[in-house]
Ligand binder design. Structure first.
Ligand code: MN
Length: 496
C-alpha cells in the first residue's frame, strides 16, 4: 500500500558567474554525472532529478518556489560545487517549504597531486563553498541534514537514501488523515494532546468518529468478501483448530474477517492512513478488532490503541520511512519486565494489536478470552519477534511543545517458550541497560505506547524531528542518567 514511486528529490547545484561560461558548463556536466549516479543508486528509494545549476538570486528563488509547488518533490539536495556567495540564497531559502539535504561533496575523490593547478582549485572548491552556504543556513536558523563524503561512496548514498525516506514520510505526514474511532481510554493522560498544534507541527489531522459509523460499513460486508479474507488467513497463518472451517469457533473467525474488511473500507472511503480504536467503545462490534488491525498495520496503516492518535501517526511515519526494507514496524507497549539483575529485559506486547511485519516465522491465528471490554473473544495473531537491533519511539505533548523520545534496543529470543501467553510479543534489552533506559525514559515523560521498528534508524527519526522542528532525545548505549537529566533541563530552555 505504501508507494514511494511518485516521489522525487530535486538536485540543485550552486555556483556563480565569476568563473565564466566554460566553468559553469563544467559544473553542469559534473552535476549531471553525480545525479545520474545517485539516480541509479540502489541505496536511494526514489529518483533524484537534476533541476538547476543556480548562479543568480533569481534562479535560486525560482527553483525554491517551483519545489514548493511541485506535489511530487519531497525534498531538495543542495551542493556548492564552486563558491556561491550565500546572500544569493537568502530569498530562496526563506521561501522554501520543503526539507533539504546539504551534500558536502566534490566531483573528484582524490587530489590529483601531480597535475593540480589553480584552474582545478577554482573549479572544485566545495570545501569552502559549502561552508559559505552552511553559514547562511545556520544564520537563518533552518534545519537541514548535512552529508559529508564522496558522492560515489556507498556510505554517502546510504545516508542520502535514509534521508530521502524521511522526506517521503514528512510529505506523507502533511496530508495524513488519522481516524480516531471512539475517544481516549478514560482518564489516560499521555495519549491526550493538542490536535490543532499537532496539525501545525506535523501536518496530519485527527478527527473523531463514533464506532457506529464503522459498524455500519462492517455490517454491509458480503459473505464472499469474508470468504476471501479467510482464504488469506489459511494461506498465511497456522489457523488454530477451533477457528478452522467446521471448528467450534469458526463463526468468530468470520466475525473477525468481517471487521477487517469493513474497517479497511471505512478507512479507504475516507482516505485515512492511520487510525485508533479503544476497547472502552466497541458498541455494535462483536469483538475488539485484533487480527483485522494487525493485517491493516501490515498493509501500511498507522495504528495505536486507546485513542492514541500521536502514536498512530508515528507508526504510519515509520512505515513510510521503512517501505520496502527488511524489518517491520509495529505499535508496541512496554508490558512487563524480567528484573533478574544482570539480565534485565522488557516484554513488549499489547492486548492484541502487534504488527506481523516483525514476526519471527509464521504467526498462528488464535482465539482467547479478553479480560476487559466485555465482548466476545477476539481473534488475534500470535508470534515472537525477530531478534536483532530495533528502536522504540514516542511523541508526547508537554503542553507547550512536542517531544520525541527514542530508545535503541536489542531484541532477543524469549528465554523459554510462552505457551500460555495469547498475544504477539517482543523481548528486548534496552540500551544501555534496562535500569538506565527506563529511568531516562520516565524522566523524559515517554509514553507506555511506542512505535517499534526494526527498519528505521534513530538518525532517521532525528531527521524527522528536525523537519518538524521538535525536540528529540535519544537513549542509547552512550546514555547516563545524570547527563540525560541535564539535557532535559537545558532543552526546557532551548525548546520553549
Ligand atoms: Mn495500551
Amino acid at each position: 500500500m505504501i508507494d514511494l514511486s511518485p516521489y522525487r528529490i530535486w538536485f540543485v547545484t550552486g555556483s556563480q558567474h565569476l568563473y565564466g561560461p566554460a566553468a559553469i558548463e563544467q559544473v553542469r556536466a559534473h552535476t549531471q554525472h553525480v545525479v545520474d549516479a545517485l539516480a541509479r543508486s540502489k541505496h536511494i528509494p526514489v529518483p533524484i532529478e537534476y533541476k538547476a545549476v543556480a548562479t543568480t538570486p533569481d534562479e535560486i528563488y525560482n527553483v525554491c518556489l517551483d519545489a514548493n509547488n511541485s506535489k511530487n518533490c519531497v525534498g531538495l539536495i543542495f551542493w556548492m560545487h564552486t563558491f556561491s556567495p550565500a546572500k544569493m540564497w537568502g530569498a530562496g531559502l526563506a521561501a522554501l517549504k520543503k526539507p533539504f539535504l546539504h551534500l558536502h561533496t566534490q566531483f573528484h575523490r582524490d587530489i590529483p597531486w601531480a597535475t593540480i593547478d589553480m584552474d582545478f582549485m577554482n573549479l572544485n572548491q566545495a570545501a569552502h563553498g559549502d561552508r559559505e552556504f552552511g553559514y547562511m543556513v545556520s544564520r537563518m536558523r533552518l534545519n537541514r541534514h548535512v552529508v559529508v563524503g564522496h558522492w560515489a561512496s556507498a556510505d554517502v548514498q546510504n545516508e542520502i537514501g535514509a534521508w530521502t525516506r524521511v522526506a517521503c514520510a514528512w510529505n506523507d505526514s502533511q496530508q495524513l488523515n488519522v481516524a480516531r474511532i471512539g475517544d481516549n481510554m478514560r482518564h489516560v493522560a499521555v495519549t491526550e494532546g493538542d490536535k490543532v498544534q499537532a496539525q501545525m507541527v506535523f501536518g496530519y489531522s485527527v478527527n473523531g468518529f463514533g464506532v457506529g459509523d464503522v459498524v455500519r460499513v462492517i455490517d454491509a460486508v458480503s459473505e464472499s468478501e469474508v470468504n476471501d479474507v479467510i482464504h488469506e488467513y489459511e494461506i498465511n497463518y497456522r489457523v488454530a483448530e477451533p477457528l478452522q472451517r467446521g471448528g467450534a469457533q469458526h463463526e468468530a473467525l468470520r466475525d473477525a474477517a468481517r471487521i477487517q474488511v469493513g474497517l479497511r473500507r471505512f478507512l479507504e472511503q475516507n482516505r485515512f492512513n492511520a487510525f485508533t480504536d479503544t476497547f472502552q467503545d466497541v458498541h455494535g462490534l462483536k469483538q475488539l478488532p485484533g487480527v483485522g488491525v494487525q493485517r491493516l498495520m501490515e498493509e501500511g496503516y498507522g495504528f495505536a490503541a486507546e485513542g492514541d492518535w500521536k502514536t498512530a501517526a508515528l507508526v504510519r511515519a515509520l512505515k513510510v520511512m521503512g517501505a520496502g526494507l527488511d524489518g517491520g514496524t509495529s505499535f508496541m507497549e512496554d508490558y512487563t519486565y524480567h528484573l533478574n539483575e544482570g539480565n534485565m529485559q522488557v516484554l513488549g506486547a499489547h492486548m492484541l494489536e502487534i504488527c506481523p511485519t516483525i514476526a519471527d516465522g509464521k504467526p498462528s491465528l488464535e482465539i482467547h478470552p479478553l479480560g476487559i471490554g466485555g465482548k466476545a473473544d477476539p481473534v488475534r495473531l500470535v508470534f515472537n519477534t525477530r531478534s536483532g537491533p530495533a528502536l522504540n519511539a514516542s511523541v508526547i505533548d508537554l503542553g507547550n511543545r512536542f517531544r520525541m523520545i527514542l530508545n535503541t534496543v536489542d531484541v532477543v529470543p524469549p528465554q523459554e517458550p510462552l505457551p500460555k501467553l495469547p498475544v504477539a510479543r517482543a523481548v528486548w534489552i534496552p540500551q544501555p541497560n534496562l535500569k538506565t533506559a527506563a529511568a531516562a525514559w520516565i524522566y523524559a515523560g515517554g509514553a507506555h505506547h511506542t512505535a517499534f521498528s526494526q527498519s528505521v534508524t534513530p538518525g532517521q527519526l532525528q531527521m524527522f524531528a528536525d523537519m518538524a522542528n521538535v525536540e528529540c532525545v535519544t537513549i542509547d548505549k552512550h546514555t547516563n542518567v545524570n547527563d540525560f537529566k541535564k539535557e532535559l533541563r537545558w532543552n526546557e530552555v532551548a525548546c520553549s
